[in-house]
Design a protein around this ligand. Structure first.
Ligand SMILES: Cc1cc2nc3c(=O)[nH]c(=O)nc-3n(C[C@H](O)[C@H](O)[C@H](O)COP(=O)(O)O)c2cc1C
Length: 234
């Protein structure tokens, strides 16, 4: 069993953020099992657990996913590769649209492009799938209930990975027409909910995610009744 950090829950939460610079080094299978075992402790409506978790390690499959992902991500967000040399400082932008309007935090653009260009090299991509999502009459398996019954578990996955010093990032499969269902041999009615690349950190470190001040986003009893957050929570 591989070593994991003795992190308490809050330390894990406060040091888990999007990690997009990931080494190709393999993740031991026992570690993947432990991460997945923590993953499925997440909640589902009625405990129906209508999910499946596809762990992609095969190089050709990763390459096929990466090809679609890179193309779609770049065209969707309008990212352009500038040059290897300038990647760190260059503005990665879309003609006619100014910085800040593209949809992903400016600070993250370099990482987003890097991940898109290196997705095939990460050791594992976990793909959470909801079964029977398209036709389910039970609202807990369709519509808004879909996400509610899997994203808690996805967050467990990222926190458990953190405990093993493995970085992760929530990525979107972009749309239903990605062809990933066919590529992965999924049943027709399975719905891919996101993709989580996993890997040991190549760059960066585990640090606290920046967020809007708590005092701005928390309301007490009624909308608009806000309080100053204690200094320790900023
Ligand atoms: C619905 C959703 C879709 C996302 N899609 C992508 C994506 O396609 N590519 C990517 O690199 N990051 C993606 N992210 C990651 C976000 O950019 C990231 O969680 C956010 O910037 C906060 O990062 P931080 O925790 O490091 O502060 C996505 C996150 C969510 C919740």
């Amino acid at each position: 069993m591989s070593e994991r950090e003795p992190l308490d829950v809050l330390d894990a939460i406060h040091s888990t953020r999007a990690q997009r610079f990931l080494k190709p080094d393999p993740i031991p299978e026992d570690v993947l099992w432990e991460i997945l075992d923590a993953t499925v402790r997440g909640p589902t409506g009625g405990n129906n657990q209508g999910w499946a978790w596809v762990v992609v390690q095969d190089t050709e499959t990763k390459q096929a996913i990466a090809k679609v992902y890179e193309k779609r991500l770049k065209s969707h967000y309008g990212y352009e590769r500038v040059s290897d040399k300038d990647l760190g400082t260059a503005r990665i932008t879309r003609g006619g649209i100014s910085e800040g309007q593209i949809g992903i935090d400016i600070r993250n653009r370099r990482g987003v492009v890097h991940l898109a260009e290196h997705l095939a090299e990460v050791p594992a991509i976990v793909i959470p799938v909801m079964m029977g999502a398209g036709t389910a009459e039970d609202t807990r398996r369709g519509g808004a209930g879909l996400g509610a019954s899997i994203y808690g578990a996805v967050q467990n996955l990222m926190l458990a990975a953190r405990a093993f010093n493995i970085g992760s990032v929530f990525t979107w499969s972009l749309d239903d027409f990605s062809g990933f269902n066919k590529l992965l041999g999924l049943p027709d009615d399975a719905y891919i909910m996101c993709m989580i690349p996993l890997g040991y950190l190549e760059q960066g470190r585990f640090s606290q995610a920046r967020r809007r001040p708590l005092g701005d986003v928390v309301h007490w009893d009624r909308w608009g009744d806000q309080r100053q957050a204690p200094p320790s929570s900023s």
